[in-house]
Design a protein around this ligand. Structure first.
Ligand code: DAH
Length: 343
């Protein structure tokens, strides 16, 4: 038995050292190992000398060796065939195709696409901007001057080469860039990734995705803002979902509000997701502060506008009842495969 094992090991080594660079050498290899008087046949013959209680183990070992030799031979044969077909033969179109698995869309992408398509139907177009921003576009132009306490809520990562550069904390910076172009009226949504210096937990991450919206024209009022967001909620969550606005504060809007929807999980009865209130906050909004318009060279006596901003992760968590934000960036396919694009 030990002898048989040693023999097999020896052959394995030999096989590795075989130089096979032509079809003739390949055929010689086949005859030597797989032929009627070949190595395999001869060591199969050794089986009769193996004691009865070791036969099973020896059989397994032999089988494994046989499979190894056969698949090695087939692999080499295929290589030669392919090499040959390159120059002479046409590809065999009857061969089965290479199987590949089709992935699924990331839940954040599914929700992102849905949000974008709802606003596109209302005439909003998509605007994008850089993730590395300067202080002006991310803060100062938005009426968040240096040392303003509201900056504390949006601490971020700074680029060491230039203290003026940072990773944007919201896509409101894209609103500024678009307003500075001076083409009015303006009706845009700004989806994109944003960053904050947060301790990572189930509810917070140092990066996430937002969609912000902006509409600037003559005579835009808070009623337009509400009607636009009512439409969004109805399309996104269904006609039964209720909406409420709460007064809030953002330096770049005045008045400002936070918008809640009735809890999707309990329908407003009160549960752990809505912390027994029946409501969950989904976005911030307001009328664009005249100072922001002025900062971008827009006449605030003539134009008014509304803006809003929401986190895509938050809406995705509510939609699919995902309880831990970290799942979205861990790339675990067992999690990611569960979502279908039909939302
Ligand atoms: N930029 C805010 C944030 O990231 C969200 C927001 C609130 C955006 C109100 C807006 C707005 O455009 O009007 O927290």
């Amino acid at each position: 038995m030990d002898q048989l094992m040693a023999q097999i090991e020896q052959y394995k080594k030999e096989i590795k050292d075989e130089v096979i660079s032509s079809k003739d050498e390949l055929e010689a290899f086949r005859i030597k190992y797989l032929g009627v008087k070949g190595v395999l046949k001869s060591i199969m013959g050794e089986m009769k000398n193996v004691p009865a209680d070791k036969k099973k183990e020896a059989g397994l070992m032999l089988n494994e060796f046989k499979q190894m030799v056969e698949s090695y031979y087939q692999e080499l044969a295929l290589n030669f065939e392919n090499a040959g077909s390159e120059s002479t033969d046409k590809p065999d179109v009857t061969l089965p195709g290479q199987p590949f698995t089709i992935g699924t869309r990331h839940p954040i992408s599914i929700v992102h696409n849905k949000i974008v398509s709802i606003f596109q139907r209302l005439g909003f177009s998509v605007a994008e901007g850089p993730e590395i921003e300067d202080d002006w576009h991310n803060f100062t132009a938005l009426n968040l001057p240096e040392n303003h306490p509201a900056r504390d809520m949006q601490d971020t990562f700074y680029i060491s080469q230039n203290p003026d550069w940072l990773l944007r904390t919201h896509t409101s910076s894209v609103q500024i860039r678009e307003m500075e172009k001076g083409e009015l009226p303006l009706r845009i949504i700004c989806p994109g990734r944003v960053y904050r210096n947060e301790t990572i937990s189930a509810r917070a991450h140092c990066f996430f995705n937002q969609v912000e919206g902006l509409y600037i024209a003559e005579n835009v009022s808070f009623a337009d803002l509400k009607q636009t967001l009512y439409f969004f909620v109805k399309e996104m969550f269904g006609a039964d979902v209720k909406v409420r606005f709460r007064p809030s504060y953002f330096p770049f809007t005045e008045p400002s509000a936070e918008m809640d929807i009735s809890c999707l999980i309990c329908g407003g009865e009160g549960c752990s997701v809505c912390k027994k209130t029946g409501w969950v906050e989904i976005l911030g909004c307001g009328m664009v502060h005249p100072k922001v318009l002025d900062n971008c060279g827009i006449d605030s006596n003539k134009y008014t506008g509304f803006a809003f901003g929401m986190g895509i992760e938050r809406i995705t968590m509510l939609t699919y009842q995902v309880k831990d934000l970290r799942l979205f960036s861990e790339n675990d396919v067992r999690f990611l495969r569960q979502f279908t694009a039909a939302l």
